[in-house]
Ligand binder design. Structure first.
Ligand SMILES: O=c1[nH]cnc2c1ncn2[C@H]1C[C@H](O)[C@@H](CO)O1
Ligand SMILES: [Zn+2]
Length: 339
């Protein structure tokens, strides 16, 4: 089974760049930055960078991002981290990935907005040539920031639209920062032709899913687990053909669900909801698409056919223009024929 999983052509739609930095690269760059790491071995650092099992909430999970963000303040580091992530994904036969990041988080030591976005795009371009992996970027607005900040992101990101950037997202701690706070920014993004995905229903609030769809124009929802609590929200997702970007291992770590038995992915699929499966953060969650699929197979009885269905949903869920989506579909279907 593991061999088949490895061979499957895959798509990753929900992957945060800052949560997916190779630990050894982060360690090397932290030393370069003069961070006091004298008493910390690489092995110890790996445990600090990842969520092992002592995480109780999304807020605790988000604390892990302070390490990567310390080293993502330089153009060359951002480009390298992007390139290495794509190299790692290509080795797992990932054919296409949408990488998300919040440009403002890379601008604490003087980088401009354009420099921070361009560094990611350069890493993506170089990886495309070297590893034959396709990618696009999603720009993330942070929920705790002001709507003015989100508007600035939408305005400054516009020149990259269709040139490596495909969408905007809203992420960060969900509790206390409802989607409507950012409505003006997402109205503008919608007008400007961005695709829209929003993290919602990750910490129990199903009303945030409805608001993200109805007020923020979301076509995809990050996580969306709380939908299971409301038949109305399930109906809305289904009727509007909203794709869910589910990230099972991350959801277990943030205690979005208590145990895998409570994970609602089967109920969603049985209700014809368009589910995709993703990693969220390969380093912070210590995961990969293969591990996510393995969990579904070993823990929830999924078959390889079920996994292939999820991959096919991911093709449809991509924010690619029609022709590029058809091209990706051909690549995936050709490989699936030989499995
Ligand atoms: O699963 C998540 N939920 C909400 N916010 C998240 C999640 N994973 C990462 N983030 C945040 C932390 C990062 O610094 C930010 C941009 O990638 O997005
Ligand atoms: Zn996320």
């Amino acid at each position: 089974m593991k061999d088949i999983l490895k061979k499957l052509p895959k798509i990753e739609l929900h992957c945060h760049l800052d949560g997916s930095v190779r630990p050894e690269t982060m360690y090397e760059l932290l030393l370069e930055e003069g961070e006091d790491m004298e008493d910390i071995s690489l092995e110890q650092f790996e445990k600090m960078a990842k969520v092992v099992d002592e995480c109780n909430s999304l807020v605790e999970y988000l604390e892990r991002f302070s390490y990567p963000l310390k080293v993502m303040q330089r153009k060359e580091n951002i480009e390298r981290i992007t390139y290495e992530l794509l190299e790692d994904l290509s080795k797992q036969n990932v054919k296409y990935v949408e990488i998300r990041f919040a440009p403002f988080l890379f601008m604490e030591k003087g980088l401009s907005f354009d420099e921070s976005v361009e560094s990611v795009l350069k890493g993506m371009e170089r990886a495309k040539g070297d590893f034959n992996i396709l990618s696009n970027a999603i720009l993330v607005c942070m929920r705790h920031e002001s709507v003015e900040k989100s508007i600035e992101l939408v305005e400054k990101g516009e020149k990259f639209l269709g040139k490596g950037v495909v969408a905007v997202d809203l992420a960060g701690a969900e509790e206390g920062f409802p989607p409507e706070n950012h409505k003006e920014a997402f109205d503008l993004a919608y007008k400007k032709g961005y695709n829209i995905t929003v993290h919602a229903g990750e910490t129990g609030r199903y009303e945030n899913i409805t608001k993200s769809i109805e007020l923020l124009h979301a076509e995809r929802i990050g996580h969306g687990i709380a939908a299971i609590k409301s038949p109305e929200v399930m109906e809305l997702i289904k009727n509007k053909n909203i794709f869910l970007e589910m990230c099972p291992i991350s959801n277990l770590q943030t205690k979005a669900v208590e145990s895998l038995d409570e994970y609602p992915i089967k109920e969603f699929l049985d209700n014809d909801i368009l589910v995709t499966v993703n990693t969220d953060n390969t380093t912070v969650s210590n995961t990969s698409l293969d591990k996510e699929y393995e969990l579904l197979i070993d823990g929830l009885g999924f078959s390889i056919e079920d996994i292939i269905k999820l991959i096919k949903n991911s093709i449809e869920a991509t924010f690619l223009p029609k022709e590029e989506k058809a091209h990706l579909k051909r690549i995936i279907e050709n490989e699936l024929k030989n499995i």
